[in-house]
Write a protein that binds this ligand. Structure first.
Ligand code: DX5
Ligand code: ZN
Length: 221
């Protein structure tokens, strides 16, 4: 099994001090920086786009894990690649041509990810596994931070872990992740954990290092 990676979601950061917040989670031990892009169409909320990602790119050398909750997505892939994304994740539900979107991401020289909403079955990715560097299982309905973790997704995580086999694909979980459920998702096969609220205002308050360390310790246990 792969090393556990913790990816704080900057959706939960103070946007008025976004650069400082990213420097702080970098110093606090974040492995990846998870960037939630929302369009008010695919999901019922609007966050930020490629220009913001470009602006914060110089703040850290850490991997930018860009989660695109937008439809259509293909017209914007190049902009996110140029803005400094390292991993670009599209939603399987965002359009009819997932295979094409994944090819486009790799053609831009980036790691390709697919995300599945809670109601989307794992069979959706059966024929694109060899185009994937990451699978992101949503454990909330995408659109907002601070929602409750959906236990129903543990079975899907186990099934996707088995589908991945020995392919070099990271299995990431996003939504309602805390130090209290990190062990369960890791036991189900996750190796990369996104956390917004639990990092920026977790049980350790605004002690980002303590919050990240607690999630990591639980997932590694
Ligand atoms: C939800 C986003 C998540 C969200 C996680 O649509 O994709 O990344 O920011 O926030 P928490 O960890 O608070 O559920
Ligand atoms: Zn996300």
């Amino acid at each position: 099994t792969s090393e556990i990676l913790i990816a704080p979601s900057i959706l939960a950061a103070d946007f008025a001090r976004l650069g400082e917040e990213i420097a702080a989670i970098d110093a606090a031990g974040a492995d990846w920086i998870h960037c939630d892009v929302m369009d008010g169409h695919f999901v019922p909320n609007i966050s930020f786009g490629a220009d913001v990602i470009r602006a914060i790119r110089p703040v850290t050398k850490k991997v930018f894990d860009v989660h695109l909750m937008i439809a259509p997505v293909d017209p914007y892939l190049e902009a996110f690649a140029k803005a400094g994304a390292d991993v670009i994740t599209v939603h399987a539900e965002a359009g009819p041509h997932l295979d094409r979107s994944l090819q486009a991401i790799r053609a831009l020289g980036k790691k390709a990810g697919v995300s599945l909403c809670p109601s989307t079955p794992e069979s959706t990715i059966e024929y694109v596994l060899d185009r994937l560097d990451l699978v992101l299982v949503m454990t909330v309905n995408p659109g907002f931070g601070g929602q409750a973790f959906l236990e129903s997704q543990l079975e899907k995580i186990r099934r996707i872990r088995s589908m991945i086999g020995d392919r070099p694909i990271r299995l990431e979980v996003d939504g309602g992740i805390t130090r209290d459920n990190a062990a369960a998702v890791a036991a189900a096969g996750v190796d990369t954990l996104v956390a917004g609220s639990a990092v920026f205002r977790g049980k350790g308050g605004a002690d980002y290092a303590a919050n990240i360390a607690a999630i990591r310790a639980a997932a590694e246990a």
